[in-house]
Design a protein around this ligand. Sequence first.
Ligand SMILES: Cc1cc2nc3c(=O)[nH]c(=O)nc-3n(C[C@H](O)[C@H](O)[C@H](O)COP(=O)(O)OP(=O)(O)OC[C@H]3O[C@@H](n4cnc5c(N)ncnc54)[C@H](O)[C@@H]3O)c2cc1C
Length: 253
Amino acid sequence: MNIIVCAKQVVDVSEMKVDPNTKKPILHGVPQKISDIDKNAMEEAIKIKDKHGGKITVVTVGPNDAKERIKELLAMGADEGVLIPSPDKCDYRVVSTLLAEAIKKIGEFDIVLCGEASIDMFSGQVGPRLAGLLNMPQITYAQNVNAEKDRAVAECNMGDKCVTTESSYPVLITVTKEINEPRLPSLMQILGAANKPINEWSADSLTKELEPKVETLELKGIPMERKNIVYKDDVDDSVKKLVDSLAKEGVLR
Ligand SMILES: Cc1cc2nc3c(=O)[nH]c(=O)nc-3n(C[C@H](O)[C@H](O)[C@H](O)COP(=O)(O)OP(=O)(O)OC[C@H]3O[C@@H](n4cnc5c(N)ncnc54)[C@H](O)[C@@H]3O)c2cc1C
């Protein structure tokens, strides 16, 4: 089973602050990490490889330092990485086109795994666009995947209902966070990852379709204000007041 995992390096949004004057997110110095749900995709790939054997290749479009993040996925269990240094300007179409061309260059594959969405831009466009460009079936929002010998069967989270879908191979599957708990690699695995190959393919060696169609005009964050309310009464009274005030805010019903 040849499995390809698309993984994006993102800013750790939990560490991001918003400039109170401009409302722009302060990105300088914010740590980078692999988008959370892409680690779930990686974990699922390992489970499928454990069952059927095969090879896992991680593909990333990102800056040069994304190599360090790819190493984390190699430590988890991927066999090989591919980094496509991102052009200065790229939109969903450019990213999807680069991933599609890289996957074609990798050659034979059975399953492409993506996250349902990245944790920073969260458009959820890349997986479905990729399936379109590769002209292959897709299963989205999978919260459970059973990779059988000749087909994949997945339970998909459609909000108020769960839909079971099956597809022959090759298939692209986007997964949700609920699908599994990504493993933490051991020290030996982290050290071993240094010997696994990471190939670098330039964007223009893959495609000449590098002109973005969508331009991001402005990016504004939503500042979160703390209310600094402290309940000092005894525990029962404080809990009641807390619950009442959360209900008033619409957090609890
Ligand atoms: C330098 C730069 C400039 C940009 N300029 C623009 C712009 O002008 N206009 C604009 O619209 N956007 C711009 N972007 C944003 C960028 O295009 C999006 O981050 C990208 O299209 C992916 O969209 P998303 O994060 O919403 O992915 P989603 O569709 O939410 O991601 C779903 C899944 O697709 C896969 N995936 C997504 N991105 C990648 C990746 N890079 N590598 C590997 N797998 C991936 C992952 O599995 C992920 O879980 C820019 C980004 C960069 C780095």
